[in-house]
Design a protein around this ligand. Structure first.
Ligand code: SIN
Ligand code: FE
Length: 292
């Protein structure tokens, strides 16, 4: 399987030909990563000083920004410093939104903006439980934020100032992951999703789709033999590069690297050009029932 498609544009607001847009859309939906080796997110001199884990709250692994409320979480520093960090994240969010709209006009109007994150902590020496350990191959699924079938589309930029690559691995296609782990996944207990919501452990109803995605995420990470044996490809993503990937279907692991920006978008399945490629439709086909 082809892992990525490269686009050589250098500007966040570059215009794309309909042909390039069509190729990018097919590649993304088929599970490829769109790689922009020369699309850099520029920092000004004072923003460079925030490239340090010292501005992240102890225990947090990143600083996050909410475009809807224009607020940040997880940052420490003076009010002025936090304001500058927020402005940097807001600018990244705007530029990625522009990029996605230019590359994927097909998604216009349907795309929902999620969190923006700044990740200044070195990935390779973080200590955490296996479930939170993104150095292990996984597909994304969020315990407290059910997606209810919506796609997760993420834009990443490596902003490391010391020339350090972000090193990723890409695993097997989603359908293979699903076929391998689905047989052992049992159905959620009736009523358990309502209870989770009442207890405020989830922000909306955890559908059976969310249940299965979370199980896939956890079981992939927990299975040490799988992690070693499954087909995987290493990718070195250098500073000054950006990339776009649907992390709910593309099995990925981040092995090392420091200083990255990330923007999450959500996309309802009906907005896709080919819905059959969504994890929702693949899982519904494999289980033989509706999951949302
Ligand atoms: C992940 O999405 O699993 C982590 C990506 C990264 O931090 O490079
Ligand atoms: Fe992930």
């Amino acid at each position: 399987m082809k892992i990525m498609q490269t686009l050589d544009n250098t500007q966040w607001d570059s215009e794309y030909t309909p042909e390039t847009q069509q190729q990018a859309l097919s590649a993304l939906e088929a599970g490829q990563l769109l790689f922009f080796p020369r699309l850099a997110f520029e920092l000004n001199a004072s923003e460079m000083s925030f490239l340090s884990p010292d501005f992240v709250e102890a225990k947090a692994k990143n600083i996050s920004y909410n475009t809807h409320t224009n607020t940040i979480k997880g940052a420490i520093g003076t009010a002025e410093q936090r304001e500058q960090i927020k402005n940097m994240l807001a600018r990244f969010s705007q530029q990625t939104y522009l990029l996605i709209n230019r590359v994927f006009p097909h998604y216009q109007g349907a795309l929902q903006i999620g969190r923006t994150s700044f990740r200044p902590v070195q990935v390779s020496n973080r200590k955490m439980s296996y479930r939170k350990d993104d150095r292990l191959l996984h597909v994304d699924a969020f315990p407290a934020n059910p997606n209810q079938g919506r796609r997760i589309l993420r834009v990443f930029s490596n902003i490391n100032p010391h020339g350090e690559d972000r090193v990723w691995r890409i695993g097997e296609p989603f359908e293979s992951v699903a076929a391998r782990f689905l047989p052992a996944i049992s159905r959620p207990l009736p009523g358990s999703n309502k209870l989770l919501q009442q207890l405020k452990l989830t922000k909306s109803l955890r559908t059976e789709y969310d249940h299965i995605m979370l199980q896939l995420h956890n079981r992939m990470k927990k299975d040490t033999a799988y992690q070693h044996q499954v087909m995987q490809t290493e990718l070195r993503l250098p500073p000054g590069a950006s990339w776009v990937v649907q992390t709910d279907s593309v099995s990925h692991a981040a092995l090392s690297g420091q200083h990255m920006l990330e923007q999450t978008f959500y996309l309802p399945v009906p907005a896709m050009a080919n819905r059959e490629l969504s994890p929702l439709k693949i899982l519904e086909r494999l289980t033989g029932r509706a999951l949302v």
